[in-house]
Ligand binder design. Structure first.
Ligand code: PAF
Length: 282
């Protein structure tokens, strides 16, 4: 596995591969790998001739008072994991090589970057869309794999890839959970033991809502009541950022489930802001 730090160098390698008909798969990440990341790499490895894993804590997707400086990192462990999973290139650029001092070009998908995570992180998706576009242009991959934990992010990336005619198929990687249901996230590392125990109830609350749905409840406000009641009892350290039922493709909120909806949540637990989502499909 080659470690590449220069975007120019990465682009040179990938252009050559593209000309030779070699199919590239990329897994963009911010590092501190867990089983969710590793699963994305397995998916890409299986489909593509060459696997590129990028590890870049993208500064433009963090707001001013967010955890950019505290974001957990383990470059040595990540490199060992990427190598063991068959990566051909681990791309670890410096922020200065990805963004010139006078960087001024942004990719935005305003239709989908509203509500949910955008409500508390208004510039987040502009940063994500821009860095993902840059990574896709640098590597021109046949496949790019993103996790379903960030459902809104995935919808935005699909849309920008289509709208900008990028020659890449976006593949969903399933959300991977801890045994007790907590969605795997690098930010779980911020949790104290007590917070970690309670954090499993983010998903347990959603599943309580899913049980009510299975029993016939279709009214979203009533389903939210069930979930919030569970959280109130079992997750007193949690603070809801959002709890929404959305159309899985348009990300628009729904008030009654007539076909399929996705329950999407963000909850602050201690220093961590944790995401989860769950299908409510008829
Ligand atoms: O999901 C992430 O880890 C990041 O948002 C991504 C897609 C790597 C862009 O920085």
């Amino acid at each position: 596995m080659q470690i590449v730090t220069s975007p120019v160098e990465l682009q040179k390698i990938c252009l050559k591969w593209r000309c030779e008909g070699i199919k590239v798969g990329i897994v963009p990440t911010m590092g501190y790998f867990h089983e969710g990341h590793k699963n994305l790499m397995r998916i890409a490895r299986e489909k593509a001739d060459k696997l590129i894993v990028s590890l870049f804590v993208n500064p433009t997707q963090f707001g001013e008072n967010e955890d950019l400086d505290a974001y957990p990192s383990n470059h040595e462990g990540d490199a060992a994991d990427a190598k063991a999973l068959g990566a051909d290139i681990l791309f670890i650029p410096e922020p200065g090589s990805m963004y010139a001092d006078d960087h001024a070009t942004w990719v935005e998908v305003p239709q989908l970057a509203q509500g949910l995570c955008s409500a508390t992180r208004p510039t987040h998706f502009r940063g994500v869309s821009t860095v993902v576009t840059k990574l896709l242009i640098l590597t021109l991959p046949e496949y790019a794999v993103f996790g379903e934990k960030d459902w809104q992010q995935l919808a935005i990336i699909r849309r920008l890839t289509r709208d900008l005619n990028l020659p890449t198929t976006i593949i969903n990687g399933p959300l991977i959970r801890e045994k007790d249901g907590l969605a795997m996230s690098s930010r779980n590392a911020y949790l104290t033991q007590e917070e970690r125990e309670q954090a499993s109830h983010i998903n347990a609350g959603i599943r309580a809502g899913a049980e009510a749905f299975e029993a016939g409840e279709r009214n979203v406000e009533k389903l939210k009541d069930v979930i919030r009641a569970h959280w109130k009892q079992h997750l007193p350290l949690g603070k809801e950022d959002y709890l929404e039922f959305i159309d899985p493709d348009s990300i628009e909120p729904v008030s009654t489930i007539t076909d399929k909806a996705r329950c999407a949540v963000a909850v602050y637990v201690g220093k961590a802001r944790l995401l989860d989502n769950w299908p409510f499909y008829l």
